[in-house]
Design a protein. Structure first.
Length: 238
């Protein structure tokens, strides 16, 4: 009789082959996952770089458009000025571009008032120079001053400041009060002026280097009445 093989050995071979196949499958799956992750990372990087390039191009295009719009507006303005200069000038005035620009510049020693923007070009003492006069007590004898010292935390100052500014605008547009210089100062921003204030708000009038404290009402009308009375009394009587 021939000897038959044992079935146990066959089972062992099958199990070893199956294990080997499973190992290969798992290794292949891991490789596929790694490849997918790397591909995703590369795709994301490429997307980010493309987005950055697109943003840069858009910014560049916007800048070009802005430059073109500015050039167009300048060209239109210059063409209008040239057309205006070609017209026949009145009173033999030269209306070239340079002269048109110079027409808006105030001549030295004069005051010009622009009603639309409410800007005033004055040759009077500016704010810093007046502040130096207040600190030193050396005022210009040919000028008259009305000064207000205030602080931001004082409620009386916040009420009186807009009234003072309205009076200042009225003085600027009044020819009879052209010799008066009105200025207001915030003492927290200018601590060197605190010694000049007896309280807040402090208002005083200066004429011929003499300082007079103002203790009247704080409305625009009260301030204007005081100023007009002082300026009328200081005028030479005919």
């Amino acid at each position: 009789m021939r000897a038959t093989r044992k079935p146990v050995k066959r089972k062992r071979r099958k199990s070893s082959i199956q294990k080997h196949i499973k190992r290969k499958k798992s290794s292949v799956r891991r490789k596929i996952k790694k490849n997918k992750s790397t591909l995703r990372k590369e795709a994301n990087r490429k997307k980010g770089s493309l987005r950055k390039k697109v943003k840069k191009k858009r910014k560049h295009l916007k800048k070009k458009e802005d430059k073109r719009n500015i050039k167009k507006s300048l060209i239109s303005i210059l063409s209008k000025i040239d057309n205006f200069s070609k017209k026949k000038p009145e009173n033999n005035k030269d209306l070239s571009i340079a002269n048109l620009v110079n027409l808006h510049k105030p001549s030295p020693g004069t005051k010009t008032f622009h009603k639309e923007h409410e800007t005033v070009h004055q040759t009077a003492d500016n704010k810093k120079e007046v502040m130096k006069h207040i600190i030193k007590g050396a005022y210009n004898p040919n000028k008259k001053y009305f000064i207000m010292l205030h602080v931001s935390w004082c409620p009386h100052c916040t009420d009186a400041l807009p009234q003072f500014k309205e009076a200042e605008q009225q003085v600027k547009h009044d020819k009879n009060l052209k010799n008066l210089n009105m200025q207001e100062y915030e003492c927290e921003e200018n601590p060197e002026l605190k010694g000049q204030a007896e309280g807040f708000p402090t208002m005083f009038y200066v004429e011929n280097k003499q300082k007079e404290q103002y203790n009247g009402g704080r409305s625009t009308q009260d301030i204007m009445n005081f100023i007009k009375s002082k300026m009328s009394s200081s005028r030479p009587q005919m």
